[in-house]
Design a binder for this molecule. Structure first.
Ligand code: ZN
Length: 277
């Protein structure tokens, strides 16, 4: 994720261990869980996926929350990838963000992204709601993707609303390394949600509607701790739907999950798709 206003954990929920308590290195238990998830997807009338940084880790994009990895180690993202930094010191913002923008555009989707695209093609998945800005779901062939944190695909002028494709952004930089609008010379900002910014209302409304309609919410690679996205599983559960979790590491919803897979997301989802075909 790139950031949002509230980052408090799901403190009102009790943290519980995975219901089956099965260790991830037990191949028998792992296969049984993949089969169980395949079964749940097969039974479901409306399955929606919710993905976070963990689904892009096998593509080589580090989750900045993982200690010891990536460029977030050197800077405080809350400070530099903050809307106030963009407005107050665009030169510093872009010195950090320009290489990130281009770096992110070079990654390729992995089998976990491909598995979700395959499920959608097979009519088994309604949509993907993602916290990721890397566009890898689109690259993998997913059609209905709700990017609740925006994406690197475009950047927009903050005054005249001119929009530039990622490939064209590089031509907008002035001598200070700040991207400025060709039309009105105002600041151009990547269309990602920075820290301190609200999530796009339209995308969040669509995500809420999907979560409330889903009878299975398939949560992949998200710690489910960052609101408001972390509230979506509650929405599904409150409407009588089930949630499945495919994520390494604990989430506040582990005790509510109908099934929990905690191995490598690419291997787990490939196994699920294989079990369905
Ligand atoms: Zn402009």
């Amino acid at each position: 994720m790139e950031g949002q206003v509230t980052t408090n954990a799901a403190s009102s929920r009790t943290k519980r261990v995975a219901p089956d308590g099965a260790p991830s290195h037990d191949p028998g238990a792992a296969a049984a869980n993949a089969d169980r998830l395949a079964e749940l997807i097969g039974e479901s009338e409306c399955t929606v996926a919710l993905t976070g940084a963990g689904i892009s880790v096998p593509s080589g994009i580090p989750d900045f929350r993982t200690p010891g990895k990536g460029l977030w180690e050197k800077v405080d993202p809350m400070e530099v990838a903050h809307i106030d930094a963009f407005r107050g010191d665009p030169k510093r913002f872009w010195s950090f963000y320009r290489p990130r923008l281009h770096g992110l555009s070079e990654f390729a989707p992995n089998p976990a992204h491909e598995a979700l695209a395959e499920l959608e093609r097979s009519g088994l998945l309604e949509a993907v709601i993602t916290q990721n800005i890397d566009t890898l779901h689109h690259k993998a062939g997913s059609e209905r993707v709700i990017e609740v944190h925006g994406s690197i695909r475009t950047a927009s002028c903050q005054v005249c609303d001119a929009t530039y494709e990622l490939a064209a952004v590089e031509e907008l930089f002035d001598d200070d390394g700040v991207a400025v609008c060709r039309g009105c010379t105002s600041l151009v900002k990547p269309d990602v949600v920075l820290f301190g910014e609200l999530l796009p209302a339209e995308a969040m409304a669509e995500a809420e509607a999907l979560a409330s309609r889903a009878d299975l919410l398939l949560c992949v690679g998200s710690s489910l701790e960052v609101y408001p996205v972390a509230g979506l599983p509650s929405t599904t559960l409150a409407r009588g739907g089930r949630i499945a979790i495919v994520t390494q590491g604990p989430t506040p919803y582990d005790g509510d999950a109908a099934v929990r897979l905690d191995g490598d997301v690419a291997e787990e989802l490939s196994a699920v798709v294989a079990a369905l075909s």
